[in-house]
Ligand binder design. Sequence first.
Ligand SMILES: Cc1ncc(COP(=O)(O)O)c(C=O)c1O
Length: 400
Amino acid sequence: MRFAAETGTVMRREIMRQVYLDNSATTAVLPEVAAEMQKVLLDAYGNPSSLHTMGVEAERIKNAARRILAEACGGREEELIFTSGGTEANNLAVKGVARRLKRRGRHLITTQVEHPSVLYACRALEEEGFSVTYLPVDGTGRVRLDALEEALQEDTLLVSVMHVNNETGTVMPVAEIGRLVKEKAPEALFHVDAVQSFGKLPVSAGDWQADLITISAHKIHGPKGCGALWRRAGVPLAPLFHGGDQEAGLRPGTENMAGIAGFAAAARLALAEQSKRAAGLARLKEFFLRAVFAAIPDITVNSPKEAAPHIVSITFPGVKGEVLVHELTRWGIYVSTGSACHSRRADPSHVLLAMGRTPKEIEATLRFSFSPLNTEAELEYTVEKLQQAVAHLRRLTRRK
Ligand SMILES: Cc1ncc(COP(=O)(O)O)c(C=O)c1O
């Protein structure tokens, strides 16, 4: 596997060493993926709704992609709806189910640590008259099953829980949640946001008893702006947009064909190498953690031991995370304070707050997220610069 970064087309990369450790925010597009996208952009550029041969060819490419992605979720080809990304797929799942089923009930359940595309979709539904239970999590970020059991009602329409948390890597017990939902409220639908796990950990509609699953291309070395919602056949959904009858009328609009082809290519590679990549990521994370603990005193890891292999959240007391991000950037090292969509906001991470961390601890927290592109040498370099930066910033704090 060769990554775009290795081609050296970006001048800055030749001048300064670059270590990209923000792979939960997004990933580099693989050359093989870019090549598939280029074919669609330059040659197979027909509109899949056209009746002529170029349209038929585009339709064939789209449906081949649909099959790969649907089967990767444990479903069938006709059950997958392409969207503009994970955000739209989450909105379609949450609002689509609620609005279509509002005559049956008005109650939804989610957790306090979901991605904003689920949390704010739920808040928007509250304004439309729905009621939402936001389940608490324990200190490791896992949803409390006793709270779920208590919250499930006869008229609960949907339970939406993420598989892997984007800030901590915490893996939610989705199979247990699915079992509980179907046992206690058999009519409720179960949605899983699998954006951070798809292509890295097994995703299985059957094992989870899931009715809807969200996935996104740009977290698996595919393009930004392309995602999908897998929806079990027969699950009722109201579309977010109205227009043509693409995607069975559930997501009208001419398809992002380059994105779809790139998503399928990225998924094919990720699935073929899934266990190898996961083992490699776990080794990288262990190597990194051992080196960080050896180099820097008084740190806390917020991610549980059994977290997903590509994410680790660490608190460096006495240091402002935001300042540390900028210090590391000077050395070409790219990390983040929390989720990408939150990192420009001043309020503390809702995920770490729900896990019981104080605003002061949250302010001192960084997220490191890895990809198979990273090497141990890069991590050694990162820890060396991290150690210098943390020591320097702690000295400054003590002097104040
Ligand atoms: C858990 C989770 N859900 C949803 C999304 C949104 O996906 P997209 O960026 O494709 O809109 C993200 C992106 O960071 C995510 O981490």
